[in-house]
Design a protein around this ligand. Structure first.
Ligand SMILES: [Zn+2]
Length: 512
């Protein structure tokens, strides 16, 4: 007896349908054509255990599975579900006719739970491959819960357990096939966002300039490099920037969920909060920017940069990351995109996270050479700071030094720092930026006054700041003007943006 159904999987950017054919005959062997015994054995173990968990038996027959088209890799665990359904149909547990118009995908746990698998779902309908001739018969897609994420070209039904799908295929019109499963049933491996209610500027003593720049960074999505001794509030400030970001739109949130599912993770954030990723300094380059899976056909696995898309990527102890990892940040900082290449083709991963890096002033972390407790040599400190190469620092818009301002200033700045007011200002500027991105920003945004233009030009000539650095100063000053609701970029805006180019100062890099 031959049963056939459809599955879907693929690599990032190019998901595709496959046809699954299953023949059951006398014997005991389980084979999947084209994949090794080990992988077939692993799949049969998962499927066998899942069937038993649902109260069914593994058929006492030899089973041969064919996955077409033949040139596609068959090792994706996403094929667990369609293979299990074909086995159930071959035993007469579900009607085989019900499988003719569905495409299913999902990795199965030993308890029958369905999980997202480690390849991509973040292709759009345009990139879906239609290699199969009879793909037009597919009317509905079945996938694990939490994968109801992408701009689907077909209706998508989501399930958390194999038994739900069996009930659904037996009577598709009935609506009560879903079981109430506790949340813990799903593997939450994504990183949680910091609880937004606990984060405010009140947690940081003093530092009015840093707080002001945090508002500007969140409003303009400018990347930040912070330097300061431990305990000066670097992590708190990063959390503040995250908390100031407005909620994601439904479309952005769905994109974020699907990037997580491509990495085999489930996004732990709720209420549409932007993601927050803070990888440990031991994270390697692949963990940060993504990698190709070693399993053939499983495609690219997004790294922290992509997982934090539209949210915040916070690298604490920035100078402790390996040199190679640090240098790999250059490309996403510049192009907001990660291109992964290999012989069989290349793919690109999104990287539009707001990047925040924090580092100590010296290797011991106790001071900046001026306090008695720090005994780092000048040479050691120079070497440590130089780990953050010019090209990396140059690509980061705002450089901050914490630990110098222990008290709030009196005057205009502190007015901006009321938390709710700061949030409203960020939301207002973000909204404006959404309607005025790219070239429109300079055209419709606040213009330079004559004096501020002169100051910007003198930054270029006197401080020898790179063209990119000048661009950052102009952009940051414009965001500052928008935050202040000012119709023009004033001298004060240029000077605060210019003051935040710490790493551009030659003196800072060569003296301690
Ligand atoms: Zn030191």
């Amino acid at each position: 007896m031959i049963v056939s159904t459809f599955g879907f999987a693929g690599s990032p950017g190019s998901p595709s349908f496959v046809r699954i054919e299953l023949r059951a005959e006398r014997g005991v062997l389980f084979r999947i054509s084209g994949i090794g015994n080990q992988a077939a054995k692993a799949a049969s173990t998962r499927i066998r255990s899942a069937l038993i968990a649902c109260g069914h038996h593994w058929p006492g027959k030899a089973i041969t599975v064919n996955i077409a088209p033949a040139d596609l890799s068959r090792s994706s665990t996403a094929f667990d579900l369609p293979i299990a359904l074909a086995i159930l149909a071959s035993c007469g547990i579900i009607p085989s006719a019900s499988l003719k118009h569905i495409a299913a995908a999902g990795e199965m746990g030993l308890d029958g739970a369905l999980r997202p698998w480690a390849t991509s779902m973040f292709g759009s309908r345009e990139t879906f491959s239609f290699e199969l001739s009879d793909v037009g018969k597919i009317k509905i897609l079945l996938a694990p819960t939490k994968l109801e994420s992408w701009d689907s070209l077909l209706p998508l039904e989501s399930f958390t357990h194999l038994s739900e799908i069996i009930a659904y295929l037996k009577s598709p019109d009935s609506t009560n096939h879903k079981r109430d499963l506790p949340d813990s049933f799903l593997t939450f491996t994504g990183e949680a966002s910091p609880p937004i209610s606990e984060v405010t500027f009140d947690n940081i003593i003093g530092e009015p300039t840093a707080k002001r720049m945090a508002v500007i960074a969140a409003a303009g999505r400018h990347d930040v490099l912070m330097q300061g001794a431990p305990g000066t509030g670097k992590t708190e400030l990063a959390k503040c920037i995250h908390a100031l970001l407005p909620d994601l739109s439904d479309k952005e949130y769905q994109k974020c969920k699907s990037i997580h599912s491509a990495a085999g993770l489930v996004l732990k954030s709720n209420e549409n909060r932007p993601p927050w990723l803070s990888p440990h300094p031991s994270t390697n380059m692949q963990g940060l920017i993504g990698s190709w899976s070693t399993l053939k056909g499983r495609g690219a696995i997004p790294g922290a940069w992509s997982l934090a898309d539209n949210g915040v990527l916070f690298l604490d102890e920035f100078a402790e990351f390996s040199r190679r990892t640090l240098e790999a940040c250059r490309s996403p900082l510049e192009s907001r995109n990660i291109s992964l290449g290999r012989a069989a083709g290349s793919t690109s991963l999104p990287a539009s996270a707001l990047f925040i890096a924090a580092m100590n002033p010296c290797p011991c972390g106790r001071g900046n050479g001026t306090t008695g407790s720090c005994d780092c040599q000048k040479g050691e400190m120079r070497k440590y700071r130089r780990k953050i190469s010019g090209p990396i620092a140059d690509r980061i818009a705002i450089h901050l030094e914490l630990g110098h301002e222990m008290h709030e200033h009196k005057g205009d700045i502190s007015e901006v720092l009321a938390w709710d007011d700061a949030k409203n200002r960020v939301a207002r500027v973000r909204k404006w930026m959404c309607h005025n991105h790219g070239k429109k920003k300079r055209m419709n945004g606040p213009a330079l006054t004559k004096e501020s233009e002169q100051l910007l030009n003198s930054c270029r000539s006197a401080l020898k700041i790179s063209h990119r650095g000048i661009n950052h100063i102009h952009n940051v000053a414009m965001t500052a003007a928008l935050v202040d609701n000012s119709s023009a970029i004033q001298v004060s805006h240029i000077s605060e943006a210019g003051a935040s180019r710490l790493f551009d100062r030659q003196s800072w890099m060569t003296t301690c």
